[in-house]
Design a protein around this ligand. Structure first.
Ligand SMILES: [Zn+2]
Ligand SMILES: [Zn+2]
Length: 133
């Protein structure tokens, strides 16, 4: 029953992503899914993630030189704040920010979605840098 198996894998991947606020990469998702479905391969997790991305329920966060991270797309839009030091990705509520002007974009461009990325250093990393050795 390939169809049933596929559905359970998909459900397990979705649950892992919904439960995580860490924006996990595929191997972290694989490790968590295997706790419930021990026979799931990393390839299956990748294929499941690809399908979820195509369906628009999961978004990818790409960083040069790093594994792609995955994010469950919740009902409300959110932006990301990325720590340059530890690589942690924090969710930023879109409602907490002023609207982004979408006028005057070239080529008659119509904005359907805005995703902002704030680069910086998180509080934990600032605290550890401030400590004198
Ligand atoms: Zn940090
Ligand atoms: Zn996020």
């Amino acid at each position: 029953m390939a169809m049933v198996r596929q559905t359970r894998q998909r459900a397990a991947v979705i649950e892992v992503l919904q439960a995580s606020r860490e924006h996990p990469d595929a191997s972290a998702i694989h490790a968590a899914v295997r706790e419930r479905l021990p026979s799931v391969s990393l390839g299956t997790v990748y294929r499941t993630l690809d399908a979820l991305v195509r369906d628009g329920v999961v978004v990818t966060l790409e960083r040069a030189g790093q594994a792609t991270r995955y994010d469950w797309r919740e009902g409300t839009a959110h932006h990301h704040a990325v720590c340059r030091t530890c690589g942690q990705i924090f969710d930023v509520d879109a409602a907490a920010l002023p609207g982004v002007p979408s006028a005057n974009l070239p080529g008659g461009f119509r904005v359907t979605d805005i995703h902002l990325e704030f680069m910086g250093v998180c509080g934990d990393c600032q605290a550890s840098t401030n400590q004198t050795p």
